[in-house]
Design a protein around this ligand. Structure first.
Ligand code: GLU
Length: 507
């Protein structure tokens, strides 16, 4: 590594929601930068106006915030290399494109969209490149005076890179090692469009250079673009400053066959986006991990393990630990299978690990959605502590803990009614009387007394414990029965027994 300050970037195009692979790209950049005391830059690559989607940039900013991956420089916080939105940098790219033309590495192309379409239809595997460029309308094929006239007349044109013939270009990828390409296989990509906007290829190189990016992690799908970028770095005379590339392996479908797509999520019933994404054009809502009830800590943790491990059996890491332990040598070259069951395991573990107090805002929201208004924060915290072991997703707090705030609306009568006896009715009536004068609030003590009463009445403990649970919570679930009693309090417990007895004994 050089002694330059490490600077990485995440450079999304605001074209829609953020796939979990995108957030993993942010995370790897972030871990690397922070591990090396560097800066993380967020740059919005919005030069393709046809793919621009309203709201997508804000969505990306919100995702990063939710994940706790804060950019040191971005369109939002600014920074020394502002603006960080490429559309606002439009005027600066032309100079570089023109320079490439002047030096013979790029050329003007005047072909109209119709002409190109015709070629694509008539010539199988048509590429605008060395095989056909001489037959098309550009500054390499046309006489100079004609080119001058076309330019002077303001004829719409693009600038294309002139891919060299028969060269092999290579670089050392931080993850994949030595990678090489044959230039002849790559077409002459457009660098500057007719509207004066740069394409991704030109803008990414110019901005990585101007923003002094030293390292760049990005998805493997960008590897085919690398030869164009390498040549641009070279032709613009910046090769010594080129960032070190790291192309992250793909995130694969659960069966390992192919890249995990948005469609796979819909098909298999799990989210693929970080947060809910609503497409105003199609009216389609793509579900996100956040809204399903994932904690950001769990989301980050699981993404870090998609393609990386620390070499031990440890699986749970805080973001600080990830930063401390991250090493590029331990990033896998092969694709990482996405396993939703494992993702949920991470979330369950993180819910367990989290302080009850820190879960309060999210749990309150879930309860509020069900019409439960919290007026006692301390009570809520005690409920969370008691049930968090049993929750996999945040909405599970309603299922596992809603009964602490409202009496059961329904009972699992199948679990109790068939075996109900008068002796049980009698037992619970006696228990109500005993409880009404009870002074202990110790779960063990209460349990011992309940058991003693059952014994005295000649009942098996299981025969009354299960009905007691159903009386309190409505079904065969929930934490330890006497922990529930302690939290509900004596009056509420009695009221629930009374109410349930009516149902259990009804004909
Ligand atoms: N704008 C590209 C994207 O949408 C960035 C790719 C890169 O990191 O070079 O992902």
């Amino acid at each position: 590594m050089t002694d330059k300050k490490v600077r990485v970037r995440f450079a999304p195009s605001p074209t829609g929601g953020l796939h979990l692979g995108g957030v993993r790209t942010v995370l790897f950049n972030y871990m690397f930068a922070k591990k090396n005391g560097g800066d993380f830059v967020l740059r919005i690559e919005d030069t393709d106006q046809t793919r621009y989607v309203e709201g997508a940039e804000q969505y990306i900013l919100d995702c990063l915030k939710w994940c706790g991956l804060h950019a040191d420089e971005s369109p939002e916080v600014g920074g020394p290399y502002a603006p960080y939105r490429q559309s606002e940098r439009k005027p600066l790219y032309r100079e570089y494109a023109e320079r490439l033309v002047m030096e013979g590495h790029a050329y003007y192309a005047f072909d109209t969209a119709e002409e190109l379409d015709k070629n694509r239809k008539e010539i199988p595997n048509f590429q605008y490149g060395q095989a056909y460029r001489q037959t098309l309308r550009n500054s390499l094929s046309l006489p100079q005076h004609e080119v001058d006239e076309l330019l002077a007349a303001g004829t719409p044109h693009v600038i294309r890179i002139k891919m060299p013939e028969g060269e092999t270009i290579s670089f050392n990828d931080m993850i994949r090692g030595f990678v090489s390409f044959e230039t002849g296989l790559v077409d002459d990509k457009v660098l500057l469009k007719a509207d004066g906007m740069p394409t991704y290829h030109l803008a990414v190189v110019v901005d990585d250079y101007l923003m002094k990016i030293t390292h760049a992690f990005r998805g493997e799908e960008w590897l085919p673009s690398a030869p164009v970028h390498l040549l641009l770095w070279e032709y613009l005379g910046w090769k010594a400053d080129m960032p070190q590339w790291a192309h992250l392996p793909l995130i694969l479908k659960p069966d390992g066959h192919g890249k995990l797509s948005k469609r796979d999520g819909a098909r298999l019933g799990f989210p693929v986006y970080a947060m809910n994404w609503f497409d105003a054009k199609t009216g389609e809502l793509t579900p996100g991990f956040r809204e399903l009830g994932f904690l950001p800590e769990a989301f980050i943790n699981l993404l870090a393990t998609l393609g990386w491990n620390d070499g031990t059996d440890q699986e749970l890491f805080t973001l600080d630990e990830l930063i401390e332990k991250f090493s590029i040598e331990r990033v896998n070259k092969s694709g990482a299978k996405f396993d939703f069951e494992k993702a949920k395991w991470f979330n369950a573990e993180w819910i367990k690990k989290s302080e009850a107090g820190s879960l309060k805002p999210e749990v309150s929201k879930v309860l509020a959605d069900k019409g439960i208004v919290i007026d006692d924060e301390e009570y809520l915290e005690r409920v969370i502590s008691l049930v968090k072991e049993r929750c996999v997703l945040i909405p599970d707090f309603y299922q596992q803990g809603g009964f602490f705030f409202e009496q059961p609306k329904e009972y699992d009568l199948n679990a109790v009614k068939p075996k109900w006896t008068d002796a049980k009715t009698e037992f619970f009536n006696t228990y109500i009387a005993q409880l009404s004068t009870e002074t202990s609030t110790d779960a063990h003590e209460l349990e011992a007394k309940f058991k003693a009463l059952a014994e005295e009445k000649g009942l098996k403990i299981g025969d009354v414990m299960l009905p007691f649970r159903v009386m309190l919570v409505g079904g065969k679930f929930g934490p330890h029965v006497f922990d529930i009693v302690v939290l509900l309090g004596k009056e509420e417990t009695i009221s629930r027994i009374e109410k349930a007895l009516v149902e259990f004994t009804a004909a």
